[in-house]
Design a binder for this molecule. Structure first.
Ligand SMILES: [Fe+2]
Length: 176
């Protein structure tokens, strides 16, 4: 059972603002990859899809005079930290269970090693899935952030993903 649908998360103005910044097409592609991998691995696909959808919402504007400075961005990046916090706040606001919101936030926090100190960190299955989903959709030079998708198609794909999660055994919890 889950408390919040993916479509509720996706259509929230806060999610829209930040998803547009880092690329809606990339976010949705990752959510699909994560959902498929989670179902196969026996991991909760609702948590995986939400974490993958929101994994990049911590990005700031990285344009300088309209130019994308990828090297500068990589050097100073803390998007996973900001994203984890933003996602957690948004999910709690939408009525997500605190335990689920925490798991999603942690998977977002650990989806990239780019800002972490050297050394191995033991990630759980959900955290590994979200990281792999992101890597599967990555393109050189950060080009995956600029792929476009129209809003109707995006919404349709999100609703389809919600159906897949329902069918995997995680229907929405009905309010009584
Ligand atoms: Fe990403």
């Amino acid at each position: 059972m889950r408390s919040v649908l993916l479509v509720d998360v996706f259509t929230h103005p806060i999610a829209q603002k930040y998803l547009k910044r880092s690329g809606i097409a990339h976010a949705i592609a990752c959510a699909y990859h994560a959902c498929h991998m989670a179902v196969k691995a026996g991991v909760n696909p609702d948590l995986a899809a939400k974490a993958a959808l929101l994994h990049d919402i911590g990005h700031y504007e990285w344009f300088t005079d309209g130019e994308w400075d990828y090297e500068l961005y990589k050097r100073n990046d803390i998007h996973a930290i900001k994203g984890a916090e933003r996602a957690h706040k948004l999910l709690i606001r939408l009525g997500e269970e605190p335990k689920a919101a925490k798991e999603i936030a942690l998977a977002i926090l650990l989806h990239t090693d780019s800002y972490l100190p050297e050394g191995d960190l033991e990630k759980n299955k959900l955290q590994q899935i979200v990281k792999m989903a992101d890597e599967m959709d990555e393109e050189p030079g950060g080009r995956h952030h600029y792929r476009v998708i129209d809003q109707t198609t995006a919404l349709h794909r999100i609703k389809k993903l919600d159906q897949m999660i329902d069918q995997a055994g995680y229907p929405i919890k009905k309010l009584v």
